[in-house]
Design a protein around this ligand. Sequence first.
Ligand SMILES: [Zn+2]
Ligand SMILES: [Zn+2]
Length: 377
Amino acid sequence: MLALVAQPGHAHTTRIEEVPAVQAREGEVLVRTLEVGVCGTDREISEGLFGIPPQGEPVLVLGHEALAVVERTGYGFTRGELVTATVRRSCGHCLACAEDAPDSCLTGDYSERGITRLHGYARELVAEDPAQLVVIPKSLGRLGVLAEPTSICERALRHARAIGGRQPWQLERALVLGAGAVGLLMTYLLRLAGVEVWTASLEPENDLVEHSGATYVSTQDGDLSELGKFDLVVEAAGNAQLMARTLGQLRRNGVACILGIDPRRQTVEIDGRVLGVDLILENRVLFGSVNAQRRDLLAAVADLDRARERRKPGEAGFRVGELIPGESAAFVRLRKVLRRRVPAARALRRPRPASRSRRRPRFVSPRRTRRARRGRT
Ligand SMILES: [Zn+2]
Ligand SMILES: [Zn+2]
């Protein structure tokens, strides 16, 4: 059986390789992978910066954003049914994992499909625990590959609502920083909830944002502080300086959520009065969110299906379908890769901007553009 593998800790080792055939054991569902999404996490593993292979094995099979089809009927699943799967699995010995919340694992001993201690979905067949599978409705079809990155946004919003909701709070106006997959999906979810959304990124324009009824702002055109203040700010650009500034962009009782990752060693600045006065007197919160759990994946599937239906004139013309062709290089038709019709290196290439604009930012280095588009999913 062929698989897309990498050697964590070693750069440029991503390759297609023959791996042992998978046998579904008692209690497992055999599924065939159709597609896997590729995000910044996969690229970090491929660059040797992240990831842990299963114990005693030299390589890790990639692929944590899965769309698969059930190969054999059983355990509540029917052959031919489309499914996706949770990424993070219980550590087996903490309070959070015991409560089915491995996304809040207290030990860090969890495993993650295609990332940490557990092979991923970028292979022909996977034997899976039925409790980790979620059905993708036929209506959603291929878009089901977006369920996992969407679940990251659902989890973040669930937490933002819990934190904001600890006191009287209304989520009326939100700012999303970054227009990569997570920034766009977050924009869509907030628009589905009827929130006034502003989405900011480096590109000059972004049709996908505008069509959801959100307002797109290019960060080249001015200072974000001119946009006023927000009940919720979500950072999905992966820039620690932007993350620090989110606190200053909040209204009273506002909540800032950080989803991007910025591993650079650096010192960032924050206005002392924002931290020493406004944070306290205006009950503001800054929090980080990672991963998701089963209920977030279920919410993601339901909301993606709702977003797909929102195409009528007069309504926000969500163009969810274009998230995939618009970022075509980011999504791998796994079978093509496995049949070597697409080299593994090309499959992991960074996506082009979702905007169809041909204009390129003039003074932004490729490195900065790359960072800005990344969000950990
Ligand atoms: Zn745990
Ligand atoms: Zn991801």
